[in-house]
Design a protein around this ligand. Structure first.
Ligand code: GA4
Length: 327
């Protein structure tokens, strides 16, 4: 899909992206730095994250093997995205389209094993790759959520530092896993058009952790109205605040709008873990005196299940959280 110039209203510019070094000697500063990044941008990069490289490369290899299959085989193997399965160009159920192929799966070891039986010629190998990856990245997400909790406790806003981690660690968590594949393209070098891989949106969940190969494409929308290209670096992870985190922090954190361009002459592969709570979990700020009066709440309380229904009946770029604002 090529977007002509008149429809590209928003500008782009270079920018310093917040970067968190998890092996820093100044670990005591991390909670404050992460909270700041979540408040200002809803986005940051993590370096020295501790996820073993072989887990990432094995997952990438399995992903690339899958996308290299003929289209009919991929469709047969993973089924249409309902929402879980294999998708090509169609995103969601309401007409959104992008220049990509993807696999969307539940981040649950049992369901991964079941799906893998049809998805790969080596189901054990495939399910191990996904389960190892999900476990390692979930641990990273939990570490980040604990640091956020620590930071908010330090500011005196919350009194339980593990409140967010518990939501995605719950046995009934609704987290999911996605691999996006953007095939290589040979576009004429024209500044007047670009190719949209995955259109502008915010993620509905609490936190997204993304890894990509060394091909550019990801852009985030800055608070002052610019599209920022995120330089690709396979040694790092990108972390996005999702809508549920914005609601859980009563609007203190912002769910970042982002998109992926598919302009490159090289194929791009990104792998995402979306950390979500159980369907029946309430998405409302923890009850402490400052937030306990309803007038001070920005959003009406809702369950994750209620929010998901709204998500799947909306278009990709919709601002769904606004529907839950107190009028
Ligand atoms: C965006 C974030 C995740 O990739 C996702 C996407 C989901 C899908 O592809 O099925 C959605 C999209 C995402 C938000 C709006 C709806 C639902 C496509 C779409 C048009 C898996 C998710 O949870 O929400």
């Amino acid at each position: 899909m090529t977007v002509p110039l008149p429809f590209r209203r928003k500008k782009t510019r270079a920018f310093r992206i917040p970067t968190i070094d998890l092996s820093s000697d100044h670990r005591s500063e991390l909670p404050r730095l992460i909270v700041k990044a979540c408040e200002e941008f809803g986005f940051f990069k993590v370096v020295n994250h501790g996820v073993p490289n072989h887990i990432i490369t094995t997952m990438e290899r399995e992903g690339l093997d899958f996308f290299a299959k003929p289209a009919s085989e991929k469709q047969k193997a993973a089924g249409p995205p309902t929402p879980f399965g294999y998708g090509c160009k169609n995103i969601g159920f309401n007409g959104d389209q992008g220049e990509l192929e993807y696999i969307l799966m539940e981040a649950n070891p049992l369901l991964v094993s079941q799906r893998s039986n049809t998805m790969s010629d080596h189901p054990k190998q495939f399910s191990c790759a996904v389960n190892d990856y999900v476990e390692a990245v979930r641990n990273l997400a939990c570490e980040i959520l604990d640091l956020v909790g620590e930071g908010l406790c330090e500011c005196g806003v919350y009194n339980d530092k593990s409140v967010f981690r518990k939501l995605i660690r719950d046995v009934n968590n609704d987290s999911c896993f996605r691999i996006n594949y953007y095939p290589s393209r040979h576009l004429p070098p024209s500044p007047s058009s670009h190719c949209m891989g995955f259109g502008e949106h915010s993620d509905p969940q609490i936190l997204t952790v993304l890894h990509s190969n060394d091909v550019a494409g990801l852009q985030i929308y800055s608070p002052d109205g610019f599209w920022i290209s995120v330089p690709p670096d396979p040694t790092e992870f990108c972390v996005f605040v999702g809508d549920a985190f914005q609601a859980l922090t009563n609007g203190r954190f912002v769910s970042v709008r982002h998109r992926a361009l598919a302009n490159s002459s090289r194929q791009r592969l990104s792998i995402m873990y979306f950390g979500a709570p159980p369907l029946n979990a309430w998405i409302s700020p923890p009850l402490i005196p400052e937030f306990s009066v309803d007038e001070r709440r920005l959003y009406k309380p809702f369950t994750w299940g209620e929010y998901k229904k709204v998500v799947y009946s909306s278009r990709l770029g919709d601002r769904r959280l606004d529907l839950f604002k107190w009028s």
